[in-house]
Design a protein around this ligand. Sequence first.
Ligand code: ATP
Length: 332
Amino acid sequence: MTASEAPAVEIRGLAKHYGPVRALDGVDLTVEHGSVFGFVGPNGAGKTTTLRVLLGLARADAGSVRVFGGEPGAMRRRIGFLPDVPGYYSWMRADEFLRFAGSLFSLDSDTLEARVRALLDMSGLGGVNTRIGGYSRGMRQRLGIAQALINAPDLLLLDEPTSALDPIGRKDVLDMIAELRGRTTVLFSTHILGDVERVCDHVAVLDHGRIRAVGPLDEVVSRHAGAQRVVVQLDGDAGDLAERLAGETWVETITRALPTASNGGDLVEIATDDIPRARRRLPVLVAELGAGLVRFEVRQPSLEDVFVSLVTAEPDPGRAERRPAESEGNGR
Ligand code: ATP
């Protein structure tokens, strides 16, 4: 296999300790060319450490890392990177900053000018004359991605590119990432699962330095989401229903949603593999309680279901299985 046919990223058995902390504990990960790959995990899972090893900025204790079939250090010119806390020269304008970033790659002046123009256009910063110091966070992130693309990389690594952004800023950044699909392989870390569902075709879930699930997004969701979900809404308090459901053998878990302006409260979400039984049994229970059934809905599993089942699966005295649990539901 030649270097150009090799996967964009191939990680095998990667391990790294920081003193007693096992940051990476045998990570295996393959990112194929052209994919937009979401690397998700809770705080401290090891996402940044993995990206740092991929960039040749951190040394692993064990395992192997290949970028386009070669050593990460040797492939550095084919990689673009946006760190989680990027640094900027606040007195520069966007075009000046991009020229400065490009100068680090010894591009000829025509190529550099063409790329600066194209990237200003792509990031929506073309007509902006404000200095970077006056930018919103969203504008800074868009400039950060533009800067990471100045060397026309084949692989773009982004460390939590949307975590501090408002919804408009997030949308703009996600649109930029989506525009790269098929042209540049993108690997971005995040704990915002909705972002992955919006733009990624592949996903890996990392927790405590281990990959818990990896593959095409729809396959990961269908394989790991666990039981199906039924959302039930009553016309009154759902506490009694939750109590009754706790005694039903076909019910795996019950989650109650706290009232919000949109759901009006009274929502119960049930995980079960027996939907036909749920259809028959729930109306009976609701009638026995003298309540009215406002909604009965079988919900599609989501990446959040995968994340919750894989990442919080360890024994935790604070979590109760098969008992009504209260969460800040949003009435999904
Ligand atoms: P976050 O979402 O919070 O950025 P992360 O998934 O990127 O988290 P890492 O930053 O890779 O996780 O950290 C993984 C583990 O390694 C954590 O327990 C962290 O405290 C530890 N760690 C990371 N860098 C260092 C360091 N330089 N020195 C000591 N411990 C470190």
